[in-house]
Ligand binder design. Sequence first.
Ligand SMILES: [Zn+2]
Length: 298
Amino acid sequence: MLDYLKRMLIVAIMALCVSMLILGGRVQAAEINIYENTDDWYFPAEGEISDVFDSRSGIHKGLDIAGEYQSAVYAVEGGKVIRSYYSPSYGNVIFIHHDNGFETVYAHLQNRMVAEGQIVGKGDEIGKMGNTGNSTGVHLHFEIHKGEWTIDKVNAIDPFTVFGEGEIGQFVFALNHDPYRVIDVAGNLQEVQKEKQKEEQLTLNLTAKPIADRKVIITHFLAEIIGNQSIEKGQPIYVDNFLSSNNDKEEMYIVQSGDTLSKISRKFDVTIDQLLSWNNISNKDLIHTKQKIVIKHT
Ligand SMILES: [Zn+2]
């Protein structure tokens, strides 16, 4: 009888353990929302994306932004500086703990402008971009941890999940949640919020009759934001009203990976100078993937 009771007790304890596991798992799952309170974070630096998360066989747990030597590096969100020191690998590095429990890391800095324990605000300059520590060129190595930074970086998340998808070679801008700028139809460099961009591009009338010279080369990017799986990369679509353009003599081209201004000029049989002036581009090296380029038919 005692044996029977013992067994019952063991079964009861095991059942309790299992239910706690399930319950515990549920509670934890509810707490984890990686997008929580990162919606308005600022991008930390200006430059070109030179490496992405999980590259180098998965060991690279951050995003690399190669900008000008000694250009400003900013806190993506307010928080408390929990480390500010020189590490042989990270070089001059700053760790910031944010209220939502996330931690961000800014490495290879030329100098550090904040000290451990200091409270910083969102967008505060915390240091200058450099090439210190284990680094082979001027860049910011930036990490986001959903929780504490640990040596094995298990909490590291892809910064693109916070700032939106980008790619190597893309030019990015600081102090904005969306670091990707586009050129509008009027040729002005504009910062367009992803949502606004989405809305505008959803106004594309895909069923409109083809109108001469209003063809847009659709890219994977465009297909993705339109959310129509049946549109294929490279497929021409005809638009009635693309970004409010009513000009029959304009065409919009979206820069693809590997494009240069001279390639684009050959493609459309126009000159580089025309492209520069139509798009108000002053530095001809500064075109980036997904940038919209206006082509006029003269
Ligand atoms: Zn890196």
